[in-house]
Structures are given as structure tokens and as C-alpha cells.
Design a protein around this ligand. Structure first.
Ligand code: ADE
Length: 232
């Protein structure tokens, strides 16, 4: 039987999921609360990890060590880096890269973690397909895109940084946790899915757009994850 870890960076991203859980128990480690129980038919562990790559990776590792998760699902928001992808659309990562890792002085390609055997951390195709099907069912008006995402410890809100990330990595969107979760999943040999609702365009309008879209994005993602748990 699978145990699914579900992580969001912010309260808003996990509140609806936590309130939909049954047989719920709360456990606290390392200043974060883990909610263990059932969501639809699935055994789940849910947590808010906080913002950024370190918070993301350590929360996945704790879920692996303490709760034996077999899969990790990361839900959240992102800034679009592709003209086709608008605020409100959904992105499912087929792989994730770090846009802020750089050891070029040692001959590594920009983004490559030294001595790591992959450049792009993979996600699980089965989970991506299930997420796409579930999203089309419960949010039929929302467009779903599949492709690479880029992560870094930076909120991108200017054209210049956006252009640089596009030039080196060609991702569909940018955010602050996904690659760290995919990295932690990869080294622990568990399945990973990264879901992102687009909240802004990662440019000069990002600070304004982000807060107004955040709530809607969280609702769409929660509906989709709950539908996934019926069929996982
Ligand atoms: N999450 C949502 N929008 C973002 C942005 N513009 N940069 C980084 N993370 C984000």
C-alpha cells in the first residue's frame, strides 16, 4: 500500500487538504506539523514546509524517514516563463532544475549540482498522467501544460532575471521548492509530482498579481489532488 506525502510551502496551499482528511493525527518535528491520515482512499501525510529549497528538501526527507512515504506530491504556485502560459493555468513538471546552482568555475554546466548524476531531476510519469486526467475532470476550464520547471531561492519579479533563467533553462515556470523535492525524491528512490498553478508572470507585475491569484490557485490545486487520491 502506498503512503503519499503531500507538501505545500504556504498554509493556504494545504489548508483545504488538511480539512478534508479523515482519521487525522497531528505530529510535530523540526518546527513543522505533519498530519497523518486518509484523504479519499489514500494513506497520506500532509505538511506545510515553508518557503525555499532547504525547507522543501528537509520536509521530504523527514516524511521518508518517519512516515515511509512512497510518493511525494508538491502543490503550489509559480511564475510563468512561457508566453503561452497565463495566470490561472496549471503546470505539471516532467522534470525540475535549479536555476541558482552554479559551479561553472569547475567546468560544470550552469544549474548542474557538482558530482550529481543528473542535471534535471525527474518526476513520475504515472503521477503526471493521473494529475492531468484529474485536473481535466474537476477543473475543465483550466489549461494544463507539461514540461520543465526551474527552482531557486528567489522570488522572480523583474524582466532581466526572467530572461536569464529562460535563456539557460527554458522552463515553463519558476518557483522556490519543486526541484529540491524532486532531488530529495530522486536520492530516496520515491515517486515525485510537482503541481504548479500560475500566479504571476515573474516580471515587474509579479508582486501585484501574486496575492490576488494565490487563493484561487490553492482551490484549484486542492480539488485536483483530492480527485487524484480517489484513483491512486
Ligand atoms: N512563486 C510564484 N511566483 C513566483 C515567482 N515569480 N518567483 C518565484 N517563485 C514564485
Amino acid at each position: 500500500m502506498r503512503t503519499i506525502g503531500i507538501i505545500g510551502a504556504m498554509d493556504l496551499e494545504v489548508e483545504k487538504l488538511i480539512s478534508s482528511m479523515k482519521e487525522k493525527k497531528e505530529v510535530e518535528y523540526a518546527r513543522r506539523k505533519f498530519y497523518v491520515g486518509k484523504l479519499e482512499n489514500a494513506n497520506v501525510v500532509l505538511a506545510r514546509c515553508g518557503v525555499g529549497k532547504v525547507n522543501a528538501a528537509l520536509t521530504v526527507q523527514m516524511m521518508v524517514d518517519k512516515f515511509n512515504i512512497t510518493d511525494i506530491i508538491n502543490t503550489g504556485v509559480a511564475g510563468s516563463l512561457d508566453e503561452k502560459i497565463d495566470i490561472g493555468d496549471m503546470v505539471l513538471a516532467t522534470g525540475a532544475v535549479y536555476h541558482d546552482v552554479e559551479a561553472v568555475a569547475f567546468g560544470y554546466e550552469r544549474g548542474q549540482v557538482p558530482q550529481m548524476d543528473v542535471f534535471e531531476f525527474p518526476t513520475d510519469k504515472g503521477l503526471v498522467d493521473l494529475a492531468e486526467k484529474s485536473c481535466l475532470k474537476v477543473n475543465p476550464d483550466i489549461k494544463v501544460f507539461k514540461g520543465r520547471i526551474a527552482s531557486g531561492d528567489q522570488f522572480i519579479a523583474d524582466k532581466e532575471t526572467k530572461t536569464t533563467i529562460k535563456k539557460y533553462f527554458s522552463p515553463l515556470c519558476v518557483e522556490m521548492e519543486g526541484c529540491a523535492m524532486a532531488h530529495a525524491a530522486y536520492v530516496n528512490n520515491i515517486n515525485c509530482l510537482i503541481i504548479r498553478a500560475i500566479s504571476d508572470k515573474a516580471d515587474d507585475s509579479a508582486e501585484e498579481d501574486y496575492p490576488s491569484f494565490e487563493k484561487k490557485a490553492a482551490e484549484h490545486s486542492a480539488k485536483m489532488v483530492i480527485e487524484m487520491m480517489k484513483n491512486i
